[in-house]
Write a protein that binds this ligand. Structure first.
Ligand code: ADP
Ligand code: MG
Length: 210
């Protein structure tokens, strides 16, 4: 299978994960936000699949760019533009490559993190997507020398799961949950959780187990 098709399969896996976890993500967001994160993500990835079908992309970067455009244009709320920026940066990092190595994948994840941090100004500990994505990127970069692309995503997803769980005791410093101040503590951050789910879905698609 070529890498463009492989990237499309990853996006399909992500869309299925967002549909499956829509209620759970919305429940997490109703505890410390406005209860729309699951619906936002599900709507965005549905739009991404439609856009992919229409666009007929010819490189992995084109696939990621189509996802980015769908997320930016279809998802209101904080997470749409943040994830949209992440996919756009990942797309630029891949350039016109037709194959994606483990190192390329780790670099694309690093670029995605850079976009989210630049746009959202969050750091680890602020109870956001960054709490899951930054440790995931570190793990991805460390493993890229000895792993397959699937292995890099598996390592990243495992680190993101821990990162998402680490948000439970934190007080939110960014986004809507920060309006709650100390009352945001004791709840897992929805965006960090969706980051884990997206990476896990990518790993499963690449492992051929989704
Ligand atoms: P909204 O908060 O506008 O309703 P969503 O509910 O879709 O948007 O997304 C909420 C998630 O967005 C939060 O759980 C958090 O992880 C993430 N988020 C919010 N602001 C930022 C930020 N500045 N940087 C990184 N992630 C953020
Ligand atoms: Mg919300």
């Amino acid at each position: 299978m070529d890498a463009t098709q492989g990237t499309s399969d990853v996006v399909k896996g992500m869309a299925a994960a967002m549909e499956e976890n829509r209620r759970y993500l919305t429940k997490l967001d109703s505890e410390i936000g406005d209860g729309d994160h699951g619906n936002n993500m599900n709507r965005g990835f549905k739009a991404a699949l439609e856009r992919l079908e229409a666009a007929n992309p010819s490189t992995p970067a084109d696939v990621l760019k189509a996802v980015s455009m769908a997320l930016i244009s279809k998802v209101g709320g904080a997470a749409g533009p943040l994830y949209g920026t992440a996919f756009l940066r990942a797309s630029s990092a891949l350039g016109n490559k037709e194959e994606v190595s483990a190192e390329d994948a780790a670099e694309a994840l690093d670029a995605a993190l850079g976009g989210i941090k630049q746009r959202g100004k969050a750091e680890v500990g602020d109870k956001t997507i960054v709490d899951a994505l930054e440790p995931a990127v570190e793990a991805a970069k460390e493993s890229a020398g000895q792993e397959s692309v699937a292995g890099v995503f598996r390592t990243a997803a495992d680190a993101a799961k821990e990162g998402a769980e680490s948000t439970i005791p934190l007080t939110a410093k960014r986004g809507r949950a920060s309006y709650l101040g100390a009352r945001s503590a004791g709840h897992q951050d929805p965006g960090a959780t969706s980051t884990y789910m997206l990476l896990d879905a990518a790993a499963r698609a690449l492992e051929g187990t989704s």
